[in-house]
Design a protein around this ligand. Sequence first.
Ligand SMILES: Cc1cc2nc3c(=O)[nH]c(=O)nc-3n(C[C@H](O)[C@H](O)[C@H](O)COP(=O)(O)OP(=O)(O)OC[C@H]3O[C@@H](n4cnc5c(N)ncnc54)[C@H](O)[C@@H]3O)c2cc1C
Length: 391
Amino acid sequence: MKPPRGVVVVGAGLGGVRTVARLRGAGYRGEITLAGAEPHAPYDRPPLSKQILTGHWPPERARFRELAGLDVRARLGVPAVGWREGVVELADGTELAAEAVVVATGAQAKTLPGQPDGVHALRTMDDALALRAALAGAGSLLVVGAGFIGAEVASAARARGMEVTVLEALEVPCARALGAEAGALCGRLLTEAGVDLRLGARLSGFADAATVELADGTRLMADVVLVGVGAAPAVDWLAETGVDAGAGLRCDERGRVLGMPATWAVGDVAAWADPLRGKHFRYEHWTSVTDQAAMVAADIARVKPPAPAVPYVWSDQFGLKIQVLGRPELADEVVPLHGDGFTGGPVRGTVAGYFSGERLVGVAGFGAPKPLARYRALVAANALRSEIPLA
Ligand SMILES: Cc1cc2nc3c(=O)[nH]c(=O)nc-3n(C[C@H](O)[C@H](O)[C@H](O)COP(=O)(O)OP(=O)(O)OC[C@H]3O[C@@H](n4cnc5c(N)ncnc54)[C@H](O)[C@@H]3O)c2cc1C
């Protein structure tokens, strides 16, 4: 079968831009249109909670450079509002016809019930610049949600000398990415940096944009409040398709969307079939988005698909890099491999191994890039515990 004559990519974030670049890299010569809701030149998101927030980078430095010279028609600043087979409709009435459509509309920050305007979120460049401006004149920050983004913002605020409180409903921070044992090390990073970390905190509401109320009656005030409780797939524009996409657009293992012919999805909006879990799953991490873009581009261009990569996630907080390789969520046991963080020693230098039975399914390192790198091949091979060299 020949490749399609034209591709419309909807969403000009990481997944959209990488799909375009990979299509051209795979030799695809058809017409490509990249449609994006934001008016800005496409940019990368990890720096938003790091170098942009701290002021170390100007916004332009987060821009993607890979579209230059790729012969792509860009329609930026106009959201897509509808899809039917072979056609994407934009808010200005334009209809973009394509034999292949790639949905890369990402996700939007979740809000809490009754969340007032003036409470910050962090998903877009505009969010990051607004938060940076607010922090510049503030003495205190309250973060609701101790995931990676909440912890990174807390880290930036502590570096400015601000008083920081972090509320987390679960009993450990960063639990979704790291599990309970290694999540507790994130908790130590927060508290050792002087953050007032309140675990098991139940938020009952907001009195105003600077005051939250907890279920136990406590009221907490701060100059700036940030809600970082995750992101929901950006699928409102697909409502009329009748496809159930609330938990992400369900795709097969090549990114083809179930129930939407000639349509693929990549990135935070997509829930790809996951044979290891036996269900569809949204990853929401930078490298999985780029891996999916490579797979989808190969499928559309009809070239050999890339070999599967070992999943990788990172977060920069409190002066060190947390790195996760593999699939910790599949583990039933976590074992210290390096360092003393699990026995009360320094968190820096600690590496945790995640095992499912006797098989290594993931590793997480805290400021330990060199030891961590040694495990990449072992994680890729799901090595047996007995095959892992002792530190
Ligand atoms: C602040 C922050 C920090 C992060 N840090 C890390 C990190 O350190 N490590 C890591 O592994 N991952 C990190 N991530 C996650 C990573 O950046 C995301 O997984 C990645 O950006 C997802 O790419 P995407 O293309 O799917 O979505 P996005 O990057 O969200 O791009 C989607 C684009 O589609 C547009 N869009 C939405 N709806 C429409 C529509 N109807 N029509 C047209 N366009 C539309 C949006 O405006 C957006 O520009 C971070 C994310 C954030 C928000």
